[in-house]
Design a protein. Structure first.
Length: 160
């Protein structure tokens, strides 16, 4: 689904997995792929593809931001520390991961509330939101879109 929103979505501060506050506006000027993640989902192997995308395009200005969430069938039950260990141990994740947070409904973190208002709520774990260098939502990809999907890769390359 393509979207063109006039309001920047990279605003405010959210905590990283280690509790460090992160000002999202620091990502302005980069192409950002925001993904809600989970460690016990059938789509959890998407971490590997997301990491590969990050490694391949980081020098060009891509950053992947992972937001662990327990909104879908309790598939992210771990603590922030457990999530960090799991992602590093199993997928070698080096892209920024944020503190576990709701991504749906009234309790959704402010970034996902803004993304949902501009597009659609996540349909499952690993829904992907592509944000341009201007901080505005460019496109939303459903959870089943693989990180290597030509449509997603092409959209990233076009924004880079």
């Amino acid at each position: 689904m393509s979207t063109d929103t006039s309001a920047p979505v990279l605003t405010g501060t959210l905590n990283r997995l280690d509790g460090t506050p992160q000002d999202l506006s620091e990502y302005l000027g980069k192409v950002v792929l925001v993904v809600n993640t989970a460690s016990e989902c059938g789509l959890t192997p998407h971490y590997a593809g997301l990491q590969a995308l990050y490694e391949r395009h980081a020098d060009d200005g891509l950053v992947v931001l992972g937001f662990p969430a327990n909104d879908f069938m309790g598939q992210e039950p771990g603590s922030d520390e457990e999530i960090a260990g799991f992602c590093q141990r199993n997928y070698g994740v080096t892209f920024p991961l944020f503190a576990k947070t709701p991504v749906l409904g009234d309790d959704a973190n402010p970034l996902f509330a803004t993304l949902t208002a501009a597009s659609e709520a996540p349909d499952w774990n690993f829904t992907k939101y592509l944000i341009g260098r201007d901080g505005r939502l460019a496109q939303r990809f459903g959870a089943r879109t693989e990180p290597e999907d030509p449509a997603l890769v092409g959209a990233i390359q076009q924004l880079l």
